[in-house]
Design a protein around this ligand. Structure first.
Ligand code: RRO
Length: 308
């Protein structure tokens, strides 16, 4: 089965890749992604300076999914700028995820990381876990300012990783804004921010930062992810490629993302829980689903969700 795909003119040998944050902080982790069956190497979201991140425990997996408050642990953009040319030798696209602690950090990092020529740059407007810093993606004016500053600084396709929206009015406002900013692709969604998981036996929260509040991922967020993929696919149609992220645990989940309009999918929680072998399993499972349903490629089923 052909599981290759294209995002903003860049061809991916497989439609499955890691979500930024999952097993992609260090050189060793990024090289392991290069050797794996993943269709791309996505870096951890990077800041100007290296960061240790929030105090531990800061990730917790449970039957419904995961909660995290990592707090942007990363090597700093200079280290990733050095690594990217080496990572490109694995022969699959490299996506650099760019974050920032201030609005001006984004264009600064993007300009320098662009020199290393990743295949695509993803602007992360949706980290929920920095104490005192609200998610930029919930402020359309701030989001527009950041994207309009980044766009002229880079020559590779620019994508945006958005937080989940829960009302059609928000999809409308963000879609209209994104259409003005020269965005080449979307990544939907980041974790569902500021959830709370409780351990009733110990009568405690399960992660330390922010009093236990953190971003939810995995199985339980799939309907929210699918809704955002569908809403933006309907808004933009075929002119805006979408990476679907959220709740992809098996090949059938990926198929649902493609029906809603995604062109590729990213995996976070399942990758952390299962390791890199997840990619081969997901590819085999998706291949079997497509074959059973008579589709020959992802392009054949993309966006074909029927309404009643
Ligand atoms: O590092 C994190 O705490 C983190 C980030 Br930058 C993000 O974008 N999403 C997330 O769930 N955690």
């Amino acid at each position: 089965m052909n599981l290759s795909t294209t995002i903003a003119g860049v061809t991916f040998p497989s439609c499955f890749m890691n979500a930024a944050g999952a097993l992609c902080v260090t050189r060793e982790e990024l090289e392991a992604l290069g050797r794996s069956a993943a269709g791309a190497i996505v870096t951890k979201s990077m800041t100007i300076e290296a960061r240790h991140g929030n105090p531990e425990p800061r990730y917790y997996g449970f039957s419904g999914g995961s909660i995290n408050s990592m707090g942007l642990p990363n090597l700093g953009y200079r280290a990733y700028a050095e690594l990217i040319p080496q990572l490109k030798r694995f022969g699959k696209p490299v996506i650099a995820s760019v974050a920032g602690l201030t609005e001006d950090d984004f264009p600064t990092i993007a300009e320098l990381i662009n020199v290393a020529q990743p295949d695509l740059i993803e602007v992360n407007l949706s980290c929920p876990n920095i104490p005192g810093k609200p998610q930029i993606g919930y402020d359309p004016d701030a989001s527009e300012r950041v994207l309009k500053k980044v766009r002229p600084k880079i020559t590779v396709p620019m994508g945006v990783k958005l937080p989940p929206y829960f009302d059609p009015a928000h999809h409308q406002v963000m879609g209209t804004m994104l259409g003005r900013c020269g965005v080449d692709f979307l990544n939907l969604i980041n974790s569902v921010g500021n959830g709370l998981v409780v351990d009733p036996e110990r009568e405690t929260v399960v992660i330390k930062p922010k009093g236990g509040f953190g971003g939810l991922g995995g199985r339980l967020i799939k309907p929210v992810a699918l809704a955002n993929v569908r809403a933006f696919y309907k808004f933009f149609g075929e002119r805006m490629p979408i990476i679907g992220t959220g709740g992809v645990i098996d090949g059938g989940d990926a198929f649902e993302h493609f029906l809603c309009g995604a062109s590729a999918v990213q995996v976070g929680t399942v990758l952390v829980e299962e390791g890199l072998d997840a990619f081969q399993r997901l590819e085999a499972e998706l291949g079997a689903v497509l074959h059973r349903k008579g589709y020959r490629s992802i392009q054949d089923c993309r966006g074909r969700l029927k309404e009643l």
